[in-house]
Write a protein that binds this ligand. Structure first.
Ligand code: FMN
Length: 306
């Protein structure tokens, strides 16, 4: 990898730049992941995959609002035994770290899915303990300290790759939950998943999503995500990956200043296309140069100084 001021190291993963594809926005295919790498992403995260295949919810699963998307996909996925083939293929094609997002309905399920993903070549795992719209997984796990700690411990014991834990904003104290994850051995925290939300159709007088409630993403949630990263940074020493509403370089810089070591981008791909990764990192590079910084690392958490 060519050395430059955009290089970052997250829990041992070397990234050419601090932009990462967020989980779930683009499905599973290796071709779409490759298009995101060509668009300039420093790493990619797959859609969340569990032990068994899941259909997900009936349509509509996504609704566009004035300020972002609300989705309740219901974690559709082919199941890890099928998905390992995609992971193996992706590893032969992609020249950036491949992070596989996993979920489960028990500690054992998270650990087994993580183990199979790592065995197929995943460079790191992201535990989705923050999906706001599927019962008995996701945020129900991420809100319960004891279960969360056990999920992280078991996943760590099952793999020798870095384990990231993706947290939900829909909690009273995200920093406390991050601390629980860090104590249990998490190598990094991703903050945040979507914010619980819903939309109602005035004509039919009914909720629009088939699942009624979903998770809001996009620009509207960025200030919430920045606040979460800021709070988590004050409590844990492990790296934080900011996620939520990153659309341009200023958003990315804001997350870095709040304490993130990198950012994930999801919803902005829908409006800006895959090149959003290049545009964001080249803007961050120009900012660093203009301000006289030699690396991304120099601005991580800079807004916390007194
Ligand atoms: C259509 C859609 C599907 C998503 N699927 C997943 C998923 O499978 N796993 C996960 O951890 N997050 C999932 N997310 C959440 C995103 O990874 C991200 O946390 C969120 O969208 C905020 O970032 P953004 O504003 O840049 O999109 C999904 C988001 C969207 C919009």
């Amino acid at each position: 990898m060519k050395r430059n001021r955009l290089n970052v190291n997250i829990a041992g993963l070397q990234l050419a730049n601090p932009t990462i594809l967020a989980s779930g926005i683009l499905g599973y295919s290796v071709a779409t992941l490759q298009s995101i790498v060509e668009g300039g992403a420093g790493a990619v995260i797959t859609k969340s995959v569990g032990l068994k295949p899941r259909q997900g919810y009936a349509n509509p699963t996504v609704v566009q609002t004035k300020c972002g998307l609300i989705n309740a996909m219901g974690l559709p996925n082919p199941g890890i035994d099928e998905f390992v083939n995609e992971i193996r293929e992706a590893k032969t094609v992609l020249d950036v770290p491949l992070i596989v997002s996993v979920y489960g309905f028990s500690e054992e399920e998270y650990a087994l899915a993580a183990k199979k993903a790592a065995g197929a070549g995943a460079d790191a795992l992201e535990l989705n303990v923050s999906c706001p719209h599927v019962k008995e997984t996701g945020s129900e796990i991420g809100q319960n300290s004891e279960i969360l700690a056990e999920v992280v411990r078991k996943a760590k014991a099952a793999v020798s790759k870095p384990v990231f834990v993706k947290l939900a904003p829909n909690v009273t104290d995200i920093a406390e939950i991050a601390e629980t994850a860090a104590r249990a051995g998490a190598d990094a925290i991703t903050a945040i998943n979507t914010v619980k939300a819903m939309a109602i159709d005035a004509e039919t007088a009914m909720p629009i999503l088939s699942n009624k409630k979903g998770g809001l993403s996009g620009q509207a949630i960025k200030p919430i995500a920045v606040r979460c990263v800021y709070e988590v940074y004050e409590r844990v020493k492990i790296p934080i990956i900011g996620c939520g509403g990153v659309t341009d370089w200023r958003d990315a810089v804001e997350f870095l200043l709040a304490g993130a070591s990198a950012v994930q981008i999801g919803t902005a791909i829908a409006t800006k296309g895959p090149n959003v990764f290049k545009t964001v990192s080249s803007g961050v590079n120009t900012y660093l140069k203009r301000k006289g910084f030699r690396s991304v690392k120099e601005i991580v958490g800079l807004s916390h100084r007194n």
